[in-house]
Design a protein around this ligand. Structure first.
Ligand code: ACM
Ligand code: ZN
Length: 682
């Protein structure tokens, strides 16, 4: 008797484990999943009868989403008693604006929500659970954040409506709801504007097809139709079609019109909006000229007519502000308005644009630089230079969206740099993205309430092809989707990775080109295990003239070079220590007592893009009293400038004994950083 009972228990447990396995395949992971005591499934191979209640004019939209679950559906006018799929929008549903309850029994499926959006998300879960049968369970689910977004940059290299629709399809399955379109930037204007036609007949075209060639060349634009002209733009009709396509999937497109910086292409098409004395390669709009406001307001009139989004992104980042100091119009404006700095001049423009859009029922989002010179009263801040801007805005009672570059800038390489296409920034693997929490417990409650959500930004300077773009976007944007949806305490990387491997495979089958996660190489092998050596934990003195490491790249401070921890693919991982001084790195290790020594070495990393170079010479010496030094090695190194990060060890081997070790890495003629992670002594 007891044995039979145990057997039933085991079968029950196995079935439940299988059910857990299948359900845990819903991504983003739902808030709560409950199974019935007896595991059971609903067979959906023979199809279900679809009944939609309370969705009013959104019924057809939901019917299309229901069809996309892959279950054959027959629409009925009354709820069926069995083999049903009932979609119920009801005031009594409790899951908030985007939440839903999904109830699967052996008779059918019921999805309940207080909005059609909630029903849509329930259908996305059902779609992922369907493999001919669906496990019986109840899912109670709602997003952690209201804003779950992706930025797609179609300025640096134009992408078509069809490409954008494919990404929208994936976003929808992952319950993401905001697509931020970076429509304008120096390299190309990408949206039709009737009142300023040269934005698309001229500013949307260039002859060098890659951004890199264009940027490092003369940065010129050409007339549309010029032989070899490269570029493009969305017509108003295409943009409207996109808006509709996204709305059908409960995604809002937020257009970004950059001002006052990143506007080189606007000035190329309408040079009369340049500052007087505008330096070459200077892309800031003139804030002194009234014509700038006439133009921007006219453009925004047309933009809000195409994009119904509550938010319009107005850029605000990285203005050089130099031309404003030289321009008589800008100086006059500052005088007339009592503005004391160019920061305040920028803020004056953002305020005016906000007022203009607010009067038309819209709100602005700007990059965190809009905090400089005073934040516009109703602005939402998108925090990219770190989290500080978002937190400062939230503390001041503004809303903020988090997209700090250390986690959300997925234009950075996601695997060993030698295995990846040229990109910007340091190693940013899926796990690092996933580790981000936009509103941690440590943030006070009032501040946290203003964190609207999270966004992945994919800038396209180095991304020419669609395949490459998808490779960068997926699967890291899946991590952003789960950060945006799933409660923090439910998130766990290994489980997420397991589900993501499956999604990547499905995407590949559907013709997408995501990064092939299953073949991930991972971080620099040296960084994975701490090492033991004779200088471990020994004290390090930083000598003149370098003396100090750069505060931003202090890593573990004075302990860094003898803490046994070596750096990974990026110098920003708090294991590499950075030296910016003219002297490079110059340190003395005190071994505590005279010690037999057979080798001394240190690794350096080089990544030329951000100005990190190998030393041109390394000198190693030892001493017993710290005064009389015996040189051991002087290693010269010829620097090879290339695009990929590289790593090199500089060291000495032999036999000696000493109490003090002096290690000097000289900076080369290339100004920039030296980075070293550990001085290893055996
Ligand atoms: C930005 O990356 N400049 C917003
Ligand atoms: Zn000016």
């Amino acid at each position: 008797m007891r044995r039979v009972y145990a057997l039933i228990l085991i079968i029950g447990m196995a079935a439940t484990a299988a059910a857990q396995q299948r359900l845990a395949s819903v991504t983003p992971l739902p808030t709560k999943v409950e199974f019935s005591d007896t595991p059971a499934t609903l067979d959906v191979e023979r199809g279900l009868r679809l009944y939609i209640e309370g969705a009013a004019e959104e019924s057809e939209r939901l019917a299309r989403a229901a069809d996309a679950t892959g279950i054959a559906l027959k629409r009925v006018n009354r709820p069926a008693k069995e083999r049903y799929l009932n979609l119920r929008v009801t005031d009594s549903a409790e899951q908030g604006a985007e939440g839903y309850t999904l109830d699967v029994t052996e008779r059918g499926v019921t999805i309940t929500a207080s909005t059609p959006a909630g029903i849509f998300y329930g259908l996305q879960s059902l779609r992922q659970m369907n493999d001919g049968e669906v496990e019986c369970c109840t899912i109670t689910d709602a997003p952690r954040f209201a804003y779950r977004g992706i930025l797609i940059d179609i300025s640096r290299h134009f992408r078509t409506k069809e490409f954008l629709m494919r990404q929208i399809d994936m976003m929808a399955q992952l319950k993401m709801n905001r697509l931020h379109l970076h429509l304008t930037d120096a390299a190309g204007w990408r949206i039709e504007v009737d009142s300023y036609p040269r934005l698309t007949s001229y500013a949307a075209w260039r002859t060098p097809s890659t951004w890199k060639e264009w940027w490092y060349g003369e940065r010129q634009h050409v007339e549309e139709g010029t032989p070899g002209a490269y570029g493009g733009y969305l017509t108003k009709a295409e943009a409207r079609e996109l808006v509709e396509y996204a709305a059908d999937r409960y995604i809002t497109i937020i257009p970004e019109i950059e001002l006052p910086g990143h506007s080189d292409e606007v000035l190329a098409a309408y040079p009369e909006l340049k500052c007087t004395n505008n330096p070459k390669f200077q892309g800031d709009l003139c804030i002194g000229k009234e014509a700038t406001f006439e133009m921007m307001q006219s453009i925004l009139d047309e933009i809000i007519e195409i994009f119904p989004s509550e938010y319009i992104h107005i850029g605000g980042d990285e203005a050089s502000k130099e031309s404003w100091k030289l321009c008589s119009d800008c100086q006059r404006r500052m005088q007339e308005e009592g503005l004391e700095s160019v920061d305040e001049l920028q803020s004056y423009m953002i305020h005016r644009i906000e007022e203009y859009l607010n009067a038309r029922g819209r709100q602005i989002i700007g990059w965190d630089e809009i905090l400089q010179g005073g934040l516009a009263p109703n602005a939402t801040v998108m925090s990219w230079r770190g989290e500080e801007g978002g937190i400062a805005a939230a503390e001041a009672g503004h809303d903020a969206i988090m997209s700090p570059h250390g986690y959300c800038y997925i234009d950075a390489p996601q695997d060993a740099p030698y295995s990846q296409p040229e990109s910007i920034g340091g190693y940013l693997p899926l796990e690092q993205v996933y580790s981000y929490d936009p509103a941690p417990e440590s943030m006070d409650e009032a501040t946290r309430r203003h964190i609207l959500g999270v966004q992945a930004n994919l800038w396209a300077e180095f991304i020419v092809t669609d395949e490459h773009y998808e490779h960068m976007l997926w699967p890291r944007a899946i991590a952003i989707a789960e950060i945006g949806w799933t409660p923090q305490q439910r998130r766990e990387y290994s489980d997420f990775r397991r589900r993501t491997l499956r999604i990547v495979e499905q995407m590949q089958q559907a013709g997408y080109t995501p990064f092939d996660l299953k073949n991930e190489i991972g971080n620099r092998p040296e960084t994975l295990t701490p090492i033991d050596h004779l200088a471990l934990g020994k004290s390090v003195t930083y000598n003149y003239p370098s003396r100090y490491y750069a505060p931003k790249y202090a890593a573990a401070g004075d302990a860094t070079l003898t803490d046994g921890l070596r750096g990974g693919w990026t110098y920003a991982d708090k294991r590499w220590q950075g030296f910016l001084g003219r002297g490079g790195v110059d340190v003395t290790i005190d071994m505590g007592e005279v010690t037999p020594i057979r080798s001394i070495s240190a690794d350096f990393m080089q990544i030329c893009g951000p100005g990190v170079y190998m030393p041109c010479m390394v000198e190693i010496a030892v001493s017993n009293d710290g005064e009389q030094w015996q040189p051991l090695a002087c290693i010269e190194h010829e620097i090879v400038v290339d695009e990929l990060p590289s790593f090199k060890s500089f060291g000495w081997e032999g036999e000696t004994s000493a109490r003090y070790i002096r290690y000097v890495g000289h900076r080369s003629k290339y100004s920039g950083f030296l980075f070293v992670d550990e001085i290893v002594v055996h």
